[in-house]
Design a protein around this ligand. Structure first.
Ligand code: PRP
Ligand code: GLN
Ligand code: SF4
Ligand code: MG
Length: 442
């Protein structure tokens, strides 16, 4: 089956994982995991699923499409269970089909696994998560010395390269583990004596829980009736949380590196002002959605008024798959509609969080020009993206990246703006604070 839908975003490596463990044996938990997944929906829209321990066995319910669709017509949300994990998927390995929807459960219903990330083995496999489960099962079945699941999982993960935030559910245990570089995020929370693990803190808060802390790069957290324990089974390496979590993957109310995402994005906008030309323009306008907080930050720091310049059509969030540039641009045109009089005769600071292929900016600038602005000064709240990802995030190739084939001056001419400014790599890191982030594609 071909992949029918893609997120309109140009850099994709998301997926969301969510899990809950209750000390009680008889709680209704499935509605909580489903609600948690609703709040991770921005990380993946292709399929959704949950797995839970019921009468000592793992049960699973999953389907294609949004969480709302997958869980609308059944009663899974009423199950009385002790522990449950769930997933929303944006596929990176294996097609977008029910066969590869997470969680994966073994044929004996002993173990379930879900994963945000992208890993490689010593040979090419159809799907990375399925391969991890198969390697676990082989070891569970063949070991003459009985090993615990933690040791088996560590053995398997020592065989992979890449990014992962993984949840494993068995009778008696829920395990959460992050890759040694911490490329993908994962947080730990609590709710009325229950433990929660989630890709983002926004979903912990949204179900009424409390964020306890982020799970550290390379940390394995084991949750059971004995409580929470933690080990660091891998050799320590330098952290490399994907900086696109700050730029646009994560939801604005999530907390990452002790910083709320919306504040981090505002700080990037303030840094644009600090590194910029300090000229008095008429208005600051942000490209919806992810460019708005940076525009607010720039406006606050500069004193130049912020204005809403575009209406976003909420119903064109996703793009029918094609590599046709004109169709992609048509989609941006339908999605972001300028409010004409905001631009007429004004010198505008136009801010977006990032430029990847340049389709969004090319269209927005053409559309704004129809309303005769005096000047357009484009400011980008991240550094120029020059290289495809080296850590397994799915990005366009170098020749598809606008910054991969043009320098700043060429981009200015191509986009037909009066000036252009990207954040420097140093300014970007300073604005985000001392958190160890990956900056390898800049
Ligand atoms: O240069 P491009 O290849 O066009 O990609 C960059 C654009 O993609 C993202 O927007 P998107 O509309 O996907 O998400 P958003 O609504 O969160 O801004 C990002 O915020 C940029 O606006
Ligand atoms: N975006 C993701 O994290 C995808 C997880 C996994 N690689 C899959 O394709 O199923
Ligand atoms: S190279 Fe870029 S896309 Fe890849 S992990 Fe690093 S920051 Fe993220
Ligand atoms: Mg955008």
């Amino acid at each position: 089956m071909i992949k029918l839908w893609i997120n309109s975003r140009e850099i994709n490596e998301e997926c969301g994982v969510f899990g809950i463990w209750s000390k009680k044996a008889d709680e209704i938990l499935t509605h909580l995991v489903i609600e948690g997944l609703h709040h991770l929906q921005h990380r993946g829209q292709e399929s959704a699923g949950i797995a839970f321990v019921e009468d000592g066995k793992i049960n699973c319910h999953k389907g294609m499409g949004l969480v709302q669709r997958v869980f609308q017509e059944n009663h899974q949300e009423k199950n009385i269970v002790k522990a449950t994990i769930g997933h929303v998927r944006y596929s990176t390995k294996g097609e977008s089909s029910i066969e590869y929807a997470h969680p994966f459960v073994d044929k004996d219903n002993r173990i379930a696994i879900c994963h945000n990330g992208n890993v490689a083995f010593d040979y090419e496999c159809e799907n990375d998560t399925k391969e991890i489960l198969e390697r676990i099962i082989v070891r569970m079945n063949s070991s003459c010395v009985i090993k615990n699941i933690e040791d088996i999982l560590i053995e398997v993960l020592k065989e992979v390269r890449g990014s992962y935030a993984i949840l494993v559910l068995m009778k008696g245990k829920l395990i959460a583990i992050r890759d040694p570089k911490g490329i993908r995020p994962l947080s730990l929370g609590t709710l009325d004596g229950k433990y929660i693990v989630s890709s983002e803190s926004c979903s912990i808060h949204a179900i009424g829980g409390k964020l306890e802390r982020e799970i550290q790069p390379g940390e394995m957290v084991i949750i059971s009736d004995e409580g929470v324990s933690s080990i660091f089974p891998f050799q320590k390496v330098k952290g490399a949380l994907c900086s696109f979590e700050y730029i646009y993957f994560s939801r604005e109310d999530s907390i990452l590196g002790n910083q709320r995402i919306i504040n981090a994005r505002k700080a990037l906008g303030e840094m644009l002002w600090s590194e910029g030309d300090h000229k008095e323009y008429d208005l600051v306008v942000g490209a919806p959605s992810s460019g708005i907080p940076a525009a607010l930050g720039y406006s606050k720091k500069s004193g130049i008024p912020f204005e809403i310049g575009f209406v976003k059509n909420q119903y064109i969030g996703r793009t029918f798959i094609n590599n046709d540039k004109s169709k992609m641009r048509d989609n941006v045109r339908k999605k972001l509609i300028p409010i004409g009089e905001v631009f007429k005769g004004k010198s505008i600071v136009l801010i977006d969080d990032s430029i990847v292929r340049g389709n969004t900016m090319k269209v927005l600038i053409q559309e704004i020009r129809k309303y005769d602005p005096k000047e357009i000064h484009l400011k980008v709240a991240s550094p120029i993206i020059k290289e495809p990802c080296v850590l397994g995030i799915s990005t366009p190739s170098k020749k598809e990246l606008l910054g991969g084939r043009m320098n700043e001056n060429q981009i200015k001419k191509y986009l037909e703006v009066d000036s252009i400014q990207y954040l420097s790599v140093e300014g970007f890191q300073t604005a985000l604070g001392c958190i160890e982030i990956c900056k390898k594609c800049y």
